[in-house]
Write a protein that binds this ligand. Structure first.
Ligand code: 2HG
Ligand code: ZN
Length: 469
């Protein structure tokens, strides 16, 4: 059955669209964090929406399960096939067209395989801003970004991926194409169907293209590196800055001193303006050209300093310094990876409960694993903390993770849940957190999700084993 379907696909899509050689498959079978190593009957590489539809139709007829995959940068194994060798991966990497840029309408229409960095560049070429931004932007692709409702570094101002979409084109699990590429900003005609597919991790269909919202390019931007005594002070600073500067507060990231130390130990070119504080905030404000954000920001930071809320402050004087500040923040996941990785958590709570969350989780870890190293940082403007736990210095990372990951994650997720929080703020569910979803969501919520899944994918062929599939 699989062999004849693949032969059909070779005939209609061409040899190079149906990979089966072990060496060619390998990179599609392992996830970014190397948590999963699957097998696949083939990797399909269609070039157009019509070819995706054909591939899905052939697989559906042959009852072959499909795993959609973008840049393969996800953290939860949502794009990795299982170990049966009977699934096929459908890579969207060859759907590379920017279909349209409407500068006056502030929209960009692009296909699933365009990387996030390319989307930003296309928008900038039209003197517009596509604001989604994250460390993996050079590799992650639009389809994956939308399917996981990715967040990143400017959610505070512009929202998560979901909020940046006006229309979608989706290949449904039976191979039909839903052409929902609307560019309308107002359209109250029934259910908002695109929302079904955004954040669905490819379990309800395959996103092939989207109409995205663009924004004016900021005419002015200020970036500051601020020393803070603790997370509570950082949250209070955020509140005061929003009061003083309103929506111009674009990014507001927290770094613990321990996270910064990991970066500095690994990256000899990382140069913080100063480093001797218990924690740091990296913040950015942006606005239109006529705004004088520098004065307003300086005044707000001075007020916070006088109130004893914050310590030292440095404001980037040029783009080189700004990039140097961001290098410190973006280097944290890389530094953790270089040390053999961490037990990662992507928790969120209301911003007012963030300090409490960090305290509870840190106390719990210290009580049970006193020598484990913490790397706590994140998008506190979104109430989202990456509370990551590394092995003690003299303990091999793999062994520590294998032995303690479950208990440590239970503890951290328990702390978030006790504060009405989420166990996945921006990285999705995938395979990794599927059981957790079932344990923590109400039976009714799970039932509703499963009903949607059954309605759209009755045969259960679309990305099985992920989310509620
Ligand atoms: C970030 O905020 C990413 O840098 C990665 O979401 C977080 O590696 C992590 O734990
Ligand atoms: Zn993050």
């Amino acid at each position: 059955m699989i062999a004849s379907a693949l032969a059909r696909l070779r005939e209609s899509l061409g040899e190079d669209a149906v990979l089966t050689a072990d060496s060619a498959l390998e990179r599609y079978l392992i996830d970014e964090r190397r948590l999963y190593h699957g097998r696949a009957a083939a990797v399909l590489r269609p070039r157009t929406t019509e070819e995706v539809a054909l591939a899905v139709r052939v697989c559906a007829e042959a009852r072959i399960a499909m795993v959609p995959q973008g840049g393969n940068t996800g953290y939860c194994g949502g794009a990795t096939p299982d170990e049966s060798g009977r699934e096929v991966v459908i890579s969207l990497e060859r759907l590379r067209q920017i279909r349209a840029l409407d500068a006056q309408g502030f929209t960009l229409t692009a296909e699933a395989g365009v990387t996030l960095a390319e989307l930003q560049q296309a928008a900038a070429a039209g003197r517009r801003l596509f604001p989604l931004s994250m460390g993996s932007e050079g590799a992650c692709q639009l389809g994956g970004v939308l399917s996981t409702n990715a967040g990143g570094l400017a959610v505070l101002r512009y929202g998560t991926a979901r909020e940046l979409v006006l229309g979608l084109e989706v290949v449904l699990p039976d191979g039909q194409i839903w052409r929902g590429l609307s560019a309308l900003r107002k359209d109250n005609t029934g259910y908002d169907l695109k929302q079904c597919f955004l954040g669905a991790e490819g379990t309800l269909g395959i996103i092939t293209a989207a109409v995205l919202k663009l924004f004016p390019q900021p005419g002015t931007r200020e970036t500051a590196w601020v020393g803070v005594p603790d997370l509570a002070a950082a949250c209070e600073l955020l509140s005061r800055l929003r009061e003083a500067l309103g929506d111009s507060v674009t990014s507001f990231e927290f770094l613990s001193a321990a996270s910064l130390a990991l970066v500095l130990a690994r990256d000899p070119d990382a140069a913080p303006p100063f480093a001797g504080a218990p924690g740091f905030v990296l913040l950015e404000v942006s606005g239109s050209a006529h705004e004088t954000l520098r004065d307003a920001l300086t005044q707000a930071l001075l007020n916070a300093m006088e109130a004893g809320l914050i310590g030292e402050v440095a404001i980037a004087q040029n783009e080189t310094q700004r990039r140097a500040f961001w290098r410190l923040r973006e280097g944290i996941p890389l530094a953790e990876k270089a040390l053999g990785g961490s037990i990662k958590h992507d928790v969120s709570v209301p911003i007012s409960a963030l300090a409490n969350l960090a305290e509870r989780a840190s106390d719990g870890i210290r009580a049970h694993w006193p020598r484990a190293r913490l790397s706590v940082y994140g998008h506190i403007g979104d109430g989202n903390l990456h509370f990551n736990v590394l092995a003690p210095e003299d303990c091999p990372a793999e062994a520590f993770k294998a032995q303690h990951a479950d208990a440590i994650s239970d503890l951290v997720h328990g702390a978030a849940s006790a504060l009405a929080g989420s166990f996945s703020a921006e990285h999705g569910v995938g395979k990794l957190k599927r059981d957790l979803l079932h344990q923590t969501e109400s039976p009714l919520a799970i039932d509703l999700m499963q009903r949607i899944k059954r309605a759209l994918d009755p045969a259960g062929l679309m990305n099985p084993g992920k989310l509620v599939g």
